[in-house]
Design a protein around this ligand. Sequence first.
Ligand code: DX5
Ligand code: ZN
Length: 221
Amino acid sequence: MRGMLSPSLMCADVLNLQSELTVLDEMGVDYIHLDFMDNHFVPNLTLSPEAIKATKSVLRHMKRDIHIMAFEPQQYFDRMDIGEGDIVAVHYEACDDLGAVIEEIRRRGASPSIAISPDTKSEVLADWLDKVDGVIVMTVYPGFAGRPIVEGSLQKLAAVRKMIDESGCKVLLEVDGHVSWELCAEMRACGADLFVAGSSSLYQKGLDIREAVTRMTELVR
Ligand code: DX5
Ligand code: ZN
């Protein structure tokens, strides 16, 4: 499978989100990464559930890649209008009944994904690979853009790739956090399929977003 981009909307210009989305959509970018935070699971807030819902009216081709950093994420699904075509990632560490949350995502026609924070061992995914369509390996501590990569993250990414391949399950491997110009090709070599592109790459100050998307698409191909 070719590597795909998921630009992180929380890193884009908040006063121009609609035009930011339209440019990416017109360029044929595969996914838009939409971060939701509850200020409890992580100590921050970003896009609201209503803002995440509103993106639906702008997108023509690009799919939503919704990353919910919140306890009991199912309470927000209605407000985000989760449905067909969406990837919905919930944190392993944030769900009392992960199986029920995954089933609820499927019931709505969306693709469930499990995100694991840096301190969570990759082995916890083993029991879930046959139940999800994706996993997110967080390579920074979640909650803020612009954080440094956590040591050992590339090895963890490669270990999850190996687990997925050995399981025979069809699971998309997504990497989120400090996906920089310098590291993205290495992350690709470790087996990542989907790359969250935030303040470490596409949304660095002064870059032309069209040129940046073209360049990054090449690097993760
Ligand atoms: C962090 C968020 C990411 C973030 C990554 O908690 O989940 O989506 O925007 O972008 P960087 O690390 O490049 O700023
Ligand atoms: Zn994210």
